[in-house]
Write a protein that binds this ligand. Structure first.
Ligand code: GDP
Length: 662
């Protein structure tokens, strides 16, 4: 039957793993750690021993208490007497945990074993299918209906901090406001529209890959074209690289805007060269990435940038059906003191009007007001445009899907269903981890897994780390990396418990660890590793994974000996009396025996003696007695070559992964 992981067993029985490890050591089972697995018989024996120890400790404690009571009756207690007795006992008996009744533990163990058995026979229960948001947020596909209209491409601006993303967005907005007659912008809603040559482009106003990936992480991939801003005086920087990775991971076409070409030390050509290092080949250098030099500050090159965006976007004509089913994606949300929850949604399909009833996640409401991207109130909004809605019951999250309902009752039901589904999903998530843990025990012992709970300050980084880890795992194909949980925010106790349950390590990326979590981590022997730089995470994980791999051994010649004479010893067999001519002979080494250049034996050096003593090694030029189990036909003049396996450094099948690659 399958082995049981100590960790899972301890968890099941409500014991600390170290209690179990200690008792196993007492039983003579050495070299066990929380990740070790033992066979069910050993597990039963360990639990029984724990039960006995607990009983014994209880008995001793009782006896001590009685003795103490007796002593107290006769004389005044001094500080170091009975208390010490208790302390000593406690120390000796430290591992058997909190007061779990171990008899019950035994029964529990049996149930657990039965459960394990059942799990082998059972298929993993199917996780109820939840229609992926990514499908729902995607542009409509299939036959274009007659009622369909062309819709503007959606653009996100990404790049390193201070390279000019915000300035570019402001400049584009201003260009449009100045060139149109519709007046200024009264209020930012989180997206803007820019027109050029009778075409419109929608820009999402929150730049950076964090926002981009936060949406994507929820399955809402709304960007059609990504503009990567790189400052001409600063070049490709770490966040540029992250942005590149995010854009690639999303599979979104990219245009590079080399910004700040107006500054005296601008060097656009150098930037192009740097891009090459990240496998972005600009058109000018024979590739197919469009690169536009701009100055956001001086508003130079902006029209060309817009034209290029249209060019890239128009390779697919984007359409939506104003009469079709309504689908919107939240791109921003906030609370207004006077109007309550506000949400800016990008309309993917259908039309929205004041008075409609909308549902978004567990929130719903009748639309009281709609505003276009300039903050101007409108009655209705066709697909393809951003719109701010007033009337939701609650704040919603970027990336959530907005639908319409026919009646308040339907909206309420839908919202409730979604709330239930979310709750269920989070429970399912937990169940899945436990299941995986059990199944792992039955799985192939050959597959090494590294489970990770990832906590980071922003979604973007989490995504970047995950993507990079996956790449790293690919380089070491004997290893599987599972990010069992990834979230933004400090490391909490529940993260630690999840990590413990899934035998995961926790990566705390630029986040704090709560005190509770720290304590839990100590109790559960969960490793929390703090990082500030993605490269360091990868480097450490790479090392950890290499440690998980079976070492690679190479056989090396360690010495040579010549047989001088042979002795036939009745109990042992024939022993070759030899002289080590160079290097050394070692017990257990593989030996090759040759006679006149022909091999006569290949096997293990099973016995090595120096005078009357068994020894493990004999160095040149000493003499020694050598025997091999399966070989007695030694002859003087035979040459013995000894080989030993030595561990060699494992090569990586690719370059070490960096955050700089997708
Ligand atoms: P972000 O962090 O990428 O959003 O960068 P910002 O848009 O906030 O710009 C950072 C700084 O660079 C600001 O001081 C801008 O005025 C300046 N900047 C942005 N674009 C240009 C440009 O084209 N030329 C020059 N000279 N400065 C620029």
């Amino acid at each position: 039957m399958a082995k049981i992981r100590l960790f899972a067993l301890a968890n099941k029985l409500g014991l600390r793993t170290e209690a179990l490890i200690k008792v196993l050591n007492d039983m003579g089972v050495e070299n066990v750690s929380l990740a070790s697995a033992v066979d069910p018989d050993t597990a039963s024996a360990a639990v029984e021993l724990l039960a006995e120890q607990a009983e014994e400790a209880r008995r001793q404690a009782q006896a001590a208490a009685e003795a103490q009571a007796e002593q107290e009756e006769t004389r005044t207690r001094t500080d170091d007497e009975p208390v010490l007795v208790e302390d000593e006992q406690e120390e000796e008996f430290a591992p058997p945990v909190h007061d779990a009744d171990l008899k019950e533990g035994l029964a529990e163990l049996e149930r657990y074993l039965a459960e394990l058995q059942a799990a082998t026979e059972q298929e993993r229960p199917a996780v109820p299918e939840v229609k992926p948001l990514s499908e729902r947020a995607a542009r409509p596909t299939g036959e274009r209906p007659a009622s369909a209209v062309d819709v503007p491409p959606v653009v996100t601006v990404l790049g390193h901090v201070d390279h000019g993303k915000t300035t570019l967005l402001d400049a584009l907005r201003q260009t449009d406001v100045v060139s149109s007659e519709s007046g200024g912008i009264t209020q930012h809603i989180g997206a803007s529209e820019v027109s050029i040559n009778d075409h419109t482009i929608v820009f999402l106003d929150t730049p950076g890959h964090e926002a981009f990936t936060a949406m994507r992480a929820r399955g809402a991939q709304v960007t059609d074209v990504a503009v990567l801003v790189v400052a001409a005086d600063d070049g490709v920087m770490p966040q540029t690289v992250e942005a590149i990775n995010h854009i690639r991971a999303a599979g979104v076409p990219m245009i590079v805007a080399i910004n700040k070409i107006d500054v005296p030390n601008a060097d656009p050509a150098a930037v192009q060269q740097q891009l090459l290092q990240h496998e972005i080949v600009p058109e000018e250098l024979g590739g197919d990435t469009i690169v536009v030099p701009i100055s956001a500050l001086k508003r130079e090159g902006l029209d060309e940038l817009l034209e290029m965006i249209l060019l890239v976007a128009e390779t697919e004509r984007l359409w939506a059906d104003p009469k079709g089913e309504f689908i919107g994606v939240v791109i921003e949300s906030s609370i207004s003191p006077s109007e309550g929850p506000l949400a800016t949604i990008l309309i993917r399909n259908g039309t929205i009007s004041v008075g409609d009833i909308m549902v978004c996640g567990a929130s719903w409401g009748r639309i009281r007001r709609l505003r276009d991207w300039r903050g101007k109130s409108v009655k209705t909004m066709p697909p393809g445009h951003p719109v701010e809605v007033v009337g939701l019951s609650d704040i919603v999250e970027a990336g959530q899907i907005v639908e319409l309902a026919d009646s308040p009752r339907e909206a309420r039901n839908k919202a409730e269903q979604i709330r239930d589904a979310e709750r269920e999903r989070s429970l399912m998530g937990q169940a899945e981890v436990q299941l995986r843990q059990i199944q792992q025990q039955f799985g192939s012992e050959q597959v090494k897994e590294l489970n990770i709970v990832l906590k980071s300050d922003v979604w973007g980084t989490a995504q970047a780390i995950e993507a990079s880890l996956n790449k790293l795992a690919k380089q070491l194909d004997e290893i599987q990396i599972n990010v069992v949980h990834s979230a933004v925010g400090e490391v909490t106790q529940s993260d630690v418990l999840l990590a413990a349950a899934s035998e995961a390590i926790i990566i705390a990326f630029r986040v704090a660890v709560s005190n509770e979590a720290r304590r839990a981590a100590q109790d559960e022997h969960v490793e929390i590793r703090n990082y500030y730089v993605i490269y360091d995470v990868l480097d450490d994980i790479r090392r950890a994974m290499l440690g998980m791999l079976e070492p690679i051994y190479e056989e090396q010649l360690i010495g040579q000996a010549e047989v001088l004479q042979t002795f036939d010893i009745s109990r042992i067999g024939v022993i070759a009396g030899c002289r080590v001519t160079n290097g050394r002979m070692e017990r257990g080494a593989r030996i090759e025996v040759t006679r006149n250049g022909n091999q006569v034996f290949d096997g293990e050096l099973s016995s090595l003696r120096r005078f009357e003593n068994d020894v493990t090694a004999v160095e040149a030029p000493q003499e020694c007695g050598i025997a091999a189990h399966d070989f007695n036909a030694w002859e003087p003049g035979d040459i013995i070559k000894a080989y030993q396996k030595v561990e060699v450094e494992r090569p990586l099948s690719g370059e070490p992964a960096e955050s700089s690659s997708p």
